[in-house]
Design a protein around this ligand. Structure first.
Ligand code: CA
Length: 226
């Protein structure tokens, strides 16, 4: 372990799974620690925040969802939820819980290491934060410019792109994007999100041919990354 090893707090009540995660993360150069109880984890994160939390959904003491939303009231520490329930993903990533990413059980330890690495990299200052002139979101005029070139967006496309671009690296589900793009209409299919994204990509490609900034996550949604 190097002094700069990133600390990962594993909150998991199944000892076998916890041990596998500890072993793999250690081998990958991280400094993992393990807690079984949700309440204890909350206190630890408050007292000594780790670089990332790997959080099981079903826990004694306090479940992962409540724990995640309580942590969000005082910290932006990256949180990856581990869940066997795919139908929970929207809630986990939503404002209610505020997780940064999720991993479905059963998982391969290798996948966990890859995901932890990716989330930590994403949380590092994004290139476009270092050069704010690349993306400009004009909230008042509802306009977005890339590299000084203005995109000609419909109001809905503006809402979709500004949501994604304001949180680079964050994964948004189609349902979340839809809630925002059609706040008053509950009857639209979430597939319409795909066509908005397609149009936005086309417009982006016209002004920035090399930029591939909207990434699809199969079956889930989209994230903005430069
Ligand atoms: Ca569990």
């Amino acid at each position: 372990m190097t002094p700069s090893a990133k600390s990962i707090l594993i909150v998991e009540d199944e000892p076998t799974i916890a041990q596998i995660l500890l072993d793999y993360l250690k081998k990958a150069g991280f400094a993992p620690a393990h807690l079984e109880d949700g309440r204890e984890a909350l206190e630890t994160i408050r007292r000594q925040p780790p670089d990332l939390v790997l959080l099981d959904l079903m826990l004694p003491g306090m479940d992962g969802l409540s724990l995640c939303s309580q942590v969000r009231s005082f910290s932006n520490v990256p949180i990856i939820m581990v869940t066997a329930r795919v139908e929970e993903i929207d809630r986990l990533l939503g404002l209610e819980a505020g997780a940064d990413d999720y991993i479905c059980k059963p998982f391969s330890p290798r996948e966990v290491v890859a995901r932890v690495t990716a989330v930590l990299r994403r949380m590092a200052p994004a290139p476009f934060l270092l050069q704010p002139s690349l993306v400009e979101i004009d909230l008042e005029g509802q306009r977005i410019s890339f590299g000084g070139k203005r995109l000609d967006l419909t109001p809905t496309e503006y809402r979709v792109l500004s949501l994604l671009a304001a949180r680079p690296g964050r994964l948004f589900s189609r349902a979340q994007i839809l809630d925002l793009a059609y706040p008053e209409d509950e009857d639209v299919s979430d597939r319409i999100v795909d066509s908005h994204i397609k149009n936005i990509r086309k417009k982006l490609a016209a002004i920035l041919p090399e930029a591939d900034v909207i990434h699809s996550v199969y079956g889930i949604g989209y994230r903005f990354e430069v």
